[in-house]
Design a protein around this ligand. Structure first.
Ligand code: GUN
Ligand code: ZN
Length: 457
């Protein structure tokens, strides 16, 4: 059995930090180490103590002076939207109809889905994201492509074939029966294979008929342990249109509640404009409000009320996500930087320990996966990253005046991106520095001179 000893400054959270001085919320080792065997962390702590217990044939990798953290977790993004990023639109509905739906139609082709899946996982690893919760397209082929690549790379991923049967182009529609049957087939073929998790994924109430919502409900009853993901209360016009489609419901949240889709494994993207009643319903069911800051700013959707949701008498569980391709960066560092600014605009603070908690243990808890990911605890998956606060010349200059761990984290969050990720370990294997090798093996991804696509509708 090969053992690897990874040395560096290690940081892992144990609970949410209450304020910037709350050093009881994390474990930090200035000269720390992780011992990795068979994809798992088998020892975690001070370097000297761990080194004393291992034999001389252990492979040792020294990442000092860099920081070692659990792999970053992105709780909401769209795998078929890599080429939608940066599309010029006034708002959500225009953006969906003009760019996003036509682009997703291309995923009917398995070859296209395979190609984009390769790029998708490259970007995850490049940006230090070791677990992501993804929407595929409506086509089963897109889910097959996604999970095939996740399995090949041995990454812990959550994803679902989107269910949508109205208010979109014909090439993006299934039916209630197809949505049910194909989701069931994806669950049978992929759930629990490698580190794959399948999520039940009705896109949002606008694109699902009541019959399809009933099909999603049937799946949720049949597979109660699976995650459920959809969108909720992102944009005012979206809310009005949605409520007009379900006049019997009290409000947008009540639509999902009526179909039994709320619960501890339910991830609701955006949740910007919720009423107090809706927040109560979220809280009572343990559903998670997924904050997507770069997307909310890019699409002009609104300012997420993070503090209000977290601090009310009936608190709402919250997670953070990129929402590619409404979101504009794959980086969770960039994402938390924008989350910080959204709080600033509302007169609230988001301290750097809290931000790094969210990217790791906080998001793991939101997924109910904290026994596997989000910390550096013994027995968990060896998914972790190495960060450098001096990754660019501008960062290195600022790093000269960093005096504390809080300063360092804030610098990483404010100025960092994929360049700050020195290495990404997936199940104990260095994955970032091998991306080039994978690309040249595959041939195609090594070629940057791709032909321009023909113009699409
Ligand atoms: N609501 C329904 N589908 C989408 C999507 O693809 N992106 C965003 N941001 N919101 C949505
Ligand atoms: Zn989304």
């Amino acid at each position: 059995m090969t053992s690897t000893l990874i040395r560096g400054r290690i940081l892992s959270f144990t609970r949410p930090p209450t304020d910037i001085g709350d050093n009881g919320a994390y474990v930090y080792e200035e000269d720390g180490a992780l011992l990795v065997e068979n994809g798992l962390i088998v020892a975690s702590g001070g370097y000297d103590a761990i080194r004393a217990e291992v034999t001389d044939d252990v492979v040792e990798i020294d990442h000092r002076p860099h920081l070692i953290l659990p792999g970053l977790i992105d709780t909401h993004l769209h795998f078929p939207q890599m080429q939608v990023i940066g599309s010029y639109a006034a708002n959500l509905l225009e953006w969906l109809n003009t760019y996003t739906f036509p682009e997703e139609c291309r995923f009917v082709e398995r070859a296209h889905a395979d190609r984009i899946a390769g790029h998708f996982f490259d970007e995850m690893v490049r940006h230090g994201t070791t677990t992501a919760v993804a929407y595929c397209s409506v086509h089963k082929a897109s889910a097959d492509a996604f999970f095939t690549e996740a399995l090949r790379r041995n990454m812990r991923m959550v994803a679902g074939k989107v269910m949508m049967d109205r208010n979109a182009p014909q090439g993006l529609l299934d039916t209630p029966e197809m949505g049910y049957d194909e989701t069931r087939a994806v669950i049978r073929e992929w759930h629990g294979k490698g580190r794959n998790h399948v999520a039940i994924t009705p896109r949002f109430a606008i694109t699902s008929t009541p019959e399809q919502m009933s099909a999603a409900q049937a799946l949720a009853l049949e597979f109660p342990d699976l995650h459920i993901q959809t969108h909720l209360s992102e944009n005012r016009d979206e809310i009005d249109f949605t409520c007009s489609l379900y006049p019997e419901a009290t409000d947008y949240t009540d639509i999902y509640a009526r179909y039994g889709l709320m619960g501890k494994k339910t991830l609701l993207g955006h949740c910007i404009h919720l009423s107090e009643r809706e927040m109560d319903a979220m809280s009572e069911t343990g559903s998670v409000a997924v904050h997507c800051p770069t997307s909310n700013l890019f699409l002009g959707s609104g300012l997420f009320p993070l503090r209000k949701l977290m601090n009310r008498e009936k608190p709402v569980r919250v997670s953070l996500a990129t929402d590619i391709g409404g979101g504009t960066s794959y980086s969770m560092l960039r994402t938390l930087d924008e989350a910080y600014k959204i709080q600033q605009l509302q007169g609230e603070r988001l301290n750097p320990f809290e931000s790094f908690y969210f990217m790791t243990l906080g998001n793991a808890r939101a997924l109910s996966l904290e026994d596997r990911i989000g910390t550096l605890e013994v027995g968990t998956d060896a998914d972790f990253i190495v960060l450098s606060m001096a990754a660019t010349s501008a960062m290195a200059l600022k790093a000269e005046v960093v005096r504390s761990l809080a300063d360092e984290l804030f610098l990483l969050q404010t100025m960092g991106d994929d360049r700050a990720v020195v290495e990404t370990y997936v199940a104990g294997q260095a994955a970032k520095t091998t991306i080039g090798r994978l690309a040249s093996e595959d041939g195609e991804r090594g070629n940057i001179f791709l032909p321009l696509s023909p113009s699409r509708p």
